[in-house]
Ligand binder design. Sequence first.
Ligand code: MEV
Length: 324
Amino acid sequence: MNLADYYNKPRADIAFSYAPGKVILVGEHAVVYGSQAIAMPIDSGIRIAVLSHASSKGPVIRGVGSFFMGEISLSSDSSGPTILKEVLNYLIVAFGSKIKNLLFIVDGNLPPGSGLGSSGSFSVALVKGIYRYFSRPLDKMFEEYVLELEKIFHGSPSGIDHTVIMGEKSIGFKKEGGGCVSWPIALKKPIKLLVGVAGPHLGTKNAVANLLERKKRHGIAYQNIFNGLDSVAKEMEESLSKGYLAGVGELMNIAQGYLNALSVSTPQIEKLCSIARDRGALGAKLTGAGGGGAVIALLDGNESELLNSFKAAGYQSFITEVVG
Ligand code: MEV
């Protein structure tokens, strides 16, 4: 059956999809330059309902949750994040005119722009929802569509975000020979994290581009840091598979030191890390692009005290669990 046949089949009135957010435990930024990284799906994410609508506005994205609130279309009276207009334009290119009468209702509990994979989660849920709406079985093109959407948000992503979000399993990840490899990491013990949002970040695209500029000035120093993060990732993988969480926490602290040296930390991130460590977290670090965004602290049973300490310091905070 070719694509046109799927589109011409009677379709569901409504299709629902969901994709989780993610945390990177080690290796953000360094992964862009070939170091190993570790990423995990979390129990917060984005859900999307896909249905048809009668409006002449063309496809519409309506945000009703934390990802965004409002309505974006390609019509002139639409306002809102222009990046979502780019998304709509891409969907029309990718899926053709069949997409034009669709309404995408986006809900979920992932804070946007915080390094927790909101754009990856949105991209995966969106494409999955379209496939379901048209009863199209998952195929090789699925990842390609997701990657193109990720490029709209991230520029040239390493691929770690959409890989962990699509697979919904903890992974080791590495760029290799023009592509990338990922492999499962079996967690011996459950991972519970306190998340504190240290303000909005400047966007992954900008963070990666700014780091590249600094790397051009300090090539050897930056390469040494990437090598250091690579060995932290290898050691962390071993600690995770043995269930040695105290070791994982120490390695998160080391990773944060490297990230600070790469100038992607901020005073707010450092403050949240030090509150978490003082109050007994096993380790703490930023996750994702940095320059703001989320701090994750590895918990060891002292969750409410830690959660309250982040809240008392004035930061949006919640507890999340790794789900794969
Ligand atoms: C963003 O979640 C992770 C970065 O390493 C960018 C990337 O890998 O594409 C900062």
